[in-house]
Write a protein that binds this ligand. Structure first.
Ligand SMILES: [Zn+2]
Ligand SMILES: [Zn+2]
Length: 287
């Protein structure tokens, strides 16, 4: 199978997965393969895992699985932070080992070694900045101020008293069990950052996302360009085959430049859509 076909397959499967995750619960797809695949990837594998653990280790195994799930997903712990740093470190190590040594060549200059390293440092810096940021914890002193700024609307946000913090909760606030406090204008608890995302750190979170999005786009382009340059040096693009339909020789491989440009343009469009609200410290999701 040609390499480009593998790339198509990868992006096709990714697009399919995103579609299934977004629309699997939509009424239009009830009792269709879309809802079935959503169930498979979100619930069925967990049920199967529970069944396997129960068969192998009995009730005790199930209790251990429960406490492991609670420790990983519902309490404050640095596991995903360690996972993020490991992924970035291994990615950078592999790039150092296999990509940087292809530079310079016809498609990528030597300075990408330095700009690539700076991009990785920048993404990790944004990660640390967002991880350590204050999401905006509700305190007895600030409760009245934020109750006035975000009054409960009685519909989506009924007036509520948090029994743990012993405070009246403003609209859009929520108590986070992992962080142990009410967060003003709560968005979500981010496992990767091991931190809540709220009023004070929306911009930190979005900067972390955009920084890593740009790093991914840049890394994809740089790795592809470095590889393409190396392949050209080895005469890879000079291979031709005879096409019996066209009755002419055609290049076996072509440089997939349009594909790289489309990926970078797509990333840029998403960034442009989000960057204005991000500067105003607003999460640009439409909900
Ligand atoms: Zn609370
Ligand atoms: Zn939290």
């Amino acid at each position: 199978m040609y390499f480009v076909n593998l790339v198509y397959l990868y992006f096709g499967l990714t697009a399919l997965l995103v579609f299934v995750l977004l629309f699997g619960d939509a009424p239009a797809f009830q009792r269709t393969p879309v809802s079935y695949v959503k169930w498979l990837v979100t619930e069925a594998w967990l049920l199967a895992l529970e069944r396997v653990v129960e068969t192998m280790f009995g009730e005790r195994g199930l209790r251990m699985l429960d406490s492991a799930t609670e420790c990983c997903c519902e309490s404050s712990n640095p596991m995903l932070q360690i996972a993020y740093l490991s992924i970035v470190s291994v990615g950078y190590g592999l790039t150092w080992q296999f990509v940087f040594k292809l530079l310079p060549n016809a498609y990528a200059a030597e300075y990408h070694i330095y700009t690539g390293t700076a991009a990785v440092c920048g993404a990790v810096g944004l990660f640390l900045w967002a991880s350590m940021s204050d999401p905006g914890r509700l305190t007895p002193e600030s409760a009245a101020l934020y109750l006035a700024a975000y009054p409960p609307d009685g519909l989506l946000f009924p007036p509520k008293h948090c029994s743990t913090c012993d405070l009246m909760r403003p609209g859009r606030s929520k108590h986070c069990n992992a962080c142990g406090s009410c967060i003003i204008r709560f968005d979500h608890h981010c496992g990767w950052l091991n931190n809540c995302i709220g009023l004070n750190n929306s911009r930190h979170f979005l900067a972390f996302l955009f920084g890593n999005l740009l790093l991914c786009c840049y890394a994809c382009w740089a790795a592809a360009a470095a590889t393409a340059g190396s392949l050209q040096q080895r005469g890879f693009f000079d291979v031709y085959v005879y096409d019996p339909v066209l009755k002419d020789r055609v290049a076996l491989y072509t440089r997939p430049a349009w594909f790289l440009e489309a990926a970078v343009t797509g990333g840029g469009a998403i960034a442009a859509y989000c960057i204005v609200p991000a500067c105003r410290n607003v999460i640009p999701w439409p909900f």
